[in-house]
Design a protein around this ligand. Sequence first.
Ligand code: 5CA
Length: 445
Amino acid sequence: MRLSRYFLPVLKETPADAQIASHRLMLRAGMIRQQSAGIYSWLPLGYKVLKKVENIVHQEQQRVGHIPLLMPTLQSADLWRESGRYDAYGDEMLRISDRQGREMLYGPTNEEMITDIFRAHVGSYKDLPLTLYHIQWKFRDEVRPRFGVMRGREFLMKDGYNFDLTKEDAMHAYNRHLVSYLRTYERMGLQAIPMRADSGPIGGDDTHEFLVLADTGESEVFYDKGVTDIKLGERDIDPYDVDQCRGVMEEFTSLYARTDETHDADEFAKVPADRQMTARGIEVGQIFYFGTKYSESMGAEVVGQDGKKTPVHMGSHGIGVSRLLGALIEANHDDKGIIWPEGVTPFHVGIVNLKQGDEEADGACDALYKSFQALGLDPLYDDRKERAGGKFATMDLIGLPWRITVGPRGLKNGVVEVTSRRTGASEEMTPELAIEKIAKIYAEL
Ligand code: 5CA
């Protein structure tokens, strides 16, 4: 993309009402625009990152055998009356009626609807196990929407639902989700720590939240310092291997790590004093096992091997897809702007032409631009007639991990400058080597 033809409405001023860095930077970098409290338009740059995050979530879900589908945002109130949650959900639910006066709602989550799909189409234990998921907009009329996309009213969530014959099978699904979530966050360059949590309106006793440590996080967390040393890394885990998945679950959850909702001061006191940590965190996901809560109330049963009908064991599992953009920026920024991890960057590389209109500089930039495109990479070429300082400030603000600066002086010596956004380090090299270096970084992701 050429910047002169793009739509990148960056703001010069820092928005006064944005209290945390990610909210400020998303507004300043022209990623989002607030349309009403907690409801945002995703401008082209923000939309691009949202799609990248979504794509990683899809890939990691399907890697472990979960099946994508798409359910609507609007749901019928009657479905929620069956589970008893229509009244229980309270003011967070946006209730709507259509022209026939039928009561509808904008889905805050989809346990009821997926259970309805299941009961209509599945009747035998032979069709289990089954995990279905979608990535869809949700609405929760939060009392205090704030911090931009971090606590929105309309937000994008990946929500997945497992259906199993027994509790044991459903716990495997729970553990498999934990493994796949860990990999999802690690691929984005984030460390999200599973912590014992409270299940709230979703229900059930077994639940873990995934928290990214950040001073601006909304949750207070208590943990054994040791949990931050455990990484999934390159381990090859078979999602169908029950023992392997359980092993990962035990490894990641045996040390003390809890949110304030489930914090137990006596248990925490048993952690060696030099490892007791209190911090704040951003909840980027949560997994639940709630057994037969919905299958019993809504009649989602299968015929078992013994010929008898039995309600299925279920869990649900959510990732805050739009919130993740906020979490990613909280974890990756400096005073100049965003620093995107390579896995989610909106463009792979920025090309800055220091002297637009200079035949040689324009030619070199065009050649770089086309070479990156030919390699399947997505460059952003700042071809505007602007001062160098302004171009650098824009690139720093929008946070592309790599920048190539092209100017007549360097070209005289046959070189361009390659700069890392994260370290600020610059290196001069030929355009060919610059292409090779950047292509190699992305090929290794
Ligand atoms: N049905 C279950 C799992 S699918 C569920 O709704 N879980 S949840 O309530 O924990 O939401 C899943 C994730 O969505 C949360 O971990 C969080 O990352 C994200 N989320 C929840 N509320 C908001 C909100 N108001 N704004 C942005 N993201 C949110």
